[in-house]
Unconditional design. Sequence first.
Length: 395
Amino acid sequence: MSPSALGDALRWAQTSDPASIPETMTTACASVAATDVVIYLVDFGQTTLEPLADRQAHAELPQREAVSTSLAGRAFATQRPMIVERDDGVRVWVPIVEGSDRTGVLAMTVPAATHATLRACEELGLFAGYLIATHARSTDVYNLHRRRRSLSLASSMQWDLLPPLVLKTSRLVVAGLIEPAYDVGGDCFDYALNGNVFDIAIFDPLGHGLSSALMAALCVGSYRHDRREARPLRQMHANLDTAMSAQFPDAFATGQLARVHLHSGELTWTNAGHPLPLLIRQGQVVEQLACAQTLPWGLAGTLTGAKVDAPVATVALEPGDSILFYTDGVIEPRKPGEAEFGIEHLIDLVGQHASDQLEPEEVVRRLVRTVREQQQDTLCDDATLVLFRWQNDQT
C-alpha cells in the first residue's frame, strides 16, 4: 500500500461513519486492483468468521466461515496468507490484526499473487485492523458483529474489562482466552507492559453471573489502580483483600499477581488460593510453580480483621520460557460418569500443542476448544487460560 494511498484512506476514514470500514477497505484495496473485498470478524468464541456487510455493495453477503475447516480459518489460525486460483484471478485471505490481537480475516480477489501483491495484501489486513480498533470505540457495530448470540449482562461486563487478548513485542508474547464466551460471569485477567516491567494478573471470583462480574470489576479496578501507582506486589495483594472484604464480606476471589523484569527474566508472584501455574520450557511442561499462598482475597480480612501479608515467590526464567496461568474451570470439567479433566491431562495437552511450535494465541485457542469438547460444549464454570512467553530480545 503506497504512502499516498494510505494517506488517502486515512483521510477518508477520519471523517467517515465509524461503521463504514468495509467501504473504506474496498477503496484501499483498489491499490492492488482487488475486487470482491470482504471483511470477516471472528466471533467471541473464536470458532467462526462472520462476514461484515459492505453497505454500498449489492452482492449477496458471503457465508460465515469456520475457523477449523476453511481457508479463511487457516489464514486466521496460522496468521499467514492463503490463496486459491480462480477463473477471475486469485482469491487471497490475509489476517486482520488489531495491534497484536488477531480479530479476523480480509478476503479479496487480485489479478495475480505476486510476492509484492501478497505483501501489499498483508499490509491491507493490518490497516483494516487499525481502522477497526480505532472506530470500535465509537460504534457498537463491530462488537455486535462478533456475537453469534446474545451475551449475558455479566459476560458483556467481563469482555469490557479485558485487555487485548494478544500482545506481541520483541521481548514477550501474552495470549488469553475465556470460555464460555457468551456467558462468562467471573473469570478475568489483566496485564500491562511498562518499560522493562510486565505485570500480569488472573482473577476467579466466587460463583457465576452478575455478582461475580461485579467482584471481577472490583478486582481489576483495585489491581489497575495499584499497578499505576507503582505499588509492590505484596501491597497490591493486600489491598485486593481489603477491597474484597469491605465490599463483598460474604464472598471471595482467588487469583495470582505476577511481575516479570524483562531484562533479567526474573518472575515474582503472589498466590491467593489459586491453581498453580505451569512452567513450559522447550515445548514441555517442566514443573508447576510453587508459592506459599494466602487465603483467597476477601477471606483474610473478613476472618481475621488483619491486613494480609502475602509471600512473594521468585522464578528465574530462561529465554523462550512460557508460563501458563489458568482457572479451576479448566481442570475441573468432566463428562457424565467420567473423571475430571485434571491437571495431568492439561499438562499433556500443553506439551502436545507447544511442541507443534504454534503461536501462543493458537495454543490457547486449541486448549480451550479441547476443554469445551471434554464438557460436551457445556461448561459448568468459567475456564480461562493466559499464556505468557519471555523472549529476552532487547532490541
